[in-house]
Design a protein around this ligand. Structure first.
Ligand SMILES: *Cc1c(COP(=O)(O)O)cnc(C)c1O
Length: 475
């Protein structure tokens, strides 16, 4: 009985027929969305209704409809009206590399469980390090997401900088990090996981342009030091998620060197700019960083999750986790780049390097330049349109493909404008023709777009603005 069931699961003819069917379905999906043949970027459904749908489907649904229904009940990242969170519409070929990774399922942590993926990973890491401007002492690895990569980098920083051996002796002193008040929440979370608490997260205010105010670094540092806090790292955002604004990495790096603390660049979103000739300047100073995070699944057309964590000095990557797992990893003096599990949080890890490698092999590194440059250009196109509209304003002149803006009504208080903009965004969501998100900056509510699709164009932006006007007229 069990044997029969298992034989059914592994039936290769089913794999083949399901596979062909699925590729056909997904191809139509792609054609439909990329060409905006279907109206909506999202078919919004209330969470409770969605839950009921799937409960019902598990019992009564036709299995033939399963993949189709999953596709229908998602947000259409490939639709040019998708202007929401910073997730890439994956290059279709990387969906196929995803299939390879899933089927071969080599765990990658040790060389024997991922020969190709480990060797390929090293090639990718070397390329990115060179692009950053690091020398031969550099290194790194791929890991599951910017959140995990930021935590890992801060653990490396603590190991390298703190005077105490915290990994073995536990946390005795109050340690701290410095970070912009606009940094991604995962940095705050990482600090709390490390036991730093409120006290250990030194928030540096931003300037009116929403960059970390580097004129305050010395005084903030001294204030913390006077309280007995041992600061071991400072984080620069490249850019900050909410605003898309880049911190001044050169100034932060200079400060970090002077104070002999670790300089980490959270380039989860914009680190890919190292490939863009036009926008490389947004990352000036990145080469002084001790560590850098770059997400492949944001600006680099790959499926989630795949993140590069790069170190100026590879020794620091190797030192982070001195936990013994001798049955897996023989302790060798010589360099063992091919056992990536020694350096990563993960034990088992996706064969994520093959996404990067396949894009490089098929299209060359220019493809990353093309994508980042096009998307950042489109951010400026949208902001220019908004600036011409009397009843709209941008929060900030964009430095990337993230633009915060709001609807304005003359004479209306901030509070009422906030309410109005919340209502407009909610109505947009429920309507579904466009998908955009929102954020609050210093108490002011903004709608927020991230242009992730290189085929979004001026006409789509104009249609969005007209849509917002229409919605406004009905509120
Ligand atoms: C998206 C983002 C993160 C989180 O990365 P995940 O890959 O979603 O875990 C961290 N920092 C910044 C600046 C980001 O934009």
């Amino acid at each position: 009985m069990h044997k029969k069931l298992l034989e059914q699961v592994y039936k290769t003819s089913d794999f083949n027929s399901n596979g062909h069917l699925l590729i056909d379905q997904l191809t139509s999906h792609l054609e439909d969305k990329l060409n905006a043949s279907s109206r909506n970027a999202i078919n919004w459904n209330e969470p409770e209704k969605e839950l009921l749908f799937w409960k019902y489907f598990l019992i009564n649904g036709n299995e033939k409809d399963l993949f189709q229904e999953i596709t229908k009940h998602t947000t259409y990242i490939h639709h040019p009206h998708y202007l929401g969170h910073q997730v890439s519409p994956p290059a279709p070929i990387t969906a196929l590399t995803g299939v390879i990774s899933s089927l071969l399922n080599n765990g990658t942590a040790v060389y024997e469980m991922g020969m190709a993926s480990n060797a390929i990973e090293r090639i990718i890491i070397e390329l990115i390090c060179t692009k950053i401007g690091f020398n031969e002492s550099s290194g790194g690895f791929l890991t599951s997401g910017g959140t995990l990569a930021n935590l890992t980098a801060l653990l490396s920083a603590r190991k390298a900088i703190s005077k105490k051996d915290i990994w073995n002796e536990g946390n005795q002193n109050q340690l701290g990090i410095m970070v912009s008040e606009e940094a991604h929440y995962c940095v705050d979370r990482a600090a709390r996981i490390m036991g730093l608490g409120d006290q250990g997260i030194i928030k540096v205010p931003v300037t009116s342009e929403f960059r970390m105010d580097t004129s305050l670094l010395e005084s903030k540092f001294e204030e913390a030091e006077a309280k007995g806090i041992e600061i071991f790292a400072i984080i620069g955002s490249a850019p900050s998620t909410a605003t898309g604004i880049f911190d001044d990495l050169e100034a932060i790096g200079f400060f970090a060197k002077k104070r002999k603390i670790w300089f980490h660049v959270d380039g989860a979103h914009g680190g890919a700019g190292i490939f863009s000739k036009k926008y490389r300047h947004t990352l000036n100073g990145i080469d002084i960083a001790d560590s850098v995070v770059i997400d492949g699944h944001k600006m680099m057309m790959m499926p989630a999750l795949t993140t590069a964590l790069l170190y100026k000095n590879e020794v620091n990557a190797k030192a982070t986790f001195r936990q013994k797992a001798d049955y897996l990893l023989s302790d060798s003096e010589h360099e063992d780049w091919y056992n990536s599990g020694k350096r990563t949080f993960e034990c088992t890890k996706n064969m994520m390097s093959i996404h990067w490698f396949t894009l490089l092999k098929l299209y060359g590194e220019e493809v990353f330049d093309a994508n980042v440059t096009q998307l950042y250009d489109l951010g400026a196109v949208f902001a220019n349109l908004i600036e011409k509209e009397p009843n709209f304003e941008v929060a900030l002149k964009p430095m990337s493909n993230i633009v915060c803006f709001r609807y304005l009504e003359p004479g209306m208080s901030t509070e009422h404008l906030n309410e109005l903009n919340v209502k407009i965004r909610q109505a947009l969501l429920e309507d579904g023709e466009f998908y955009i998100v929102q954020t609050k900056l210093k108490g002011v509510h903004y709608m927020r777009i991230t242009v992730m699709n290189p085929f979004t164009n001026l006409q789509h932006f104009k249609a969005l603005i007209e849509k917002i006007k229409l919605i406004k007229s009905t509120i």
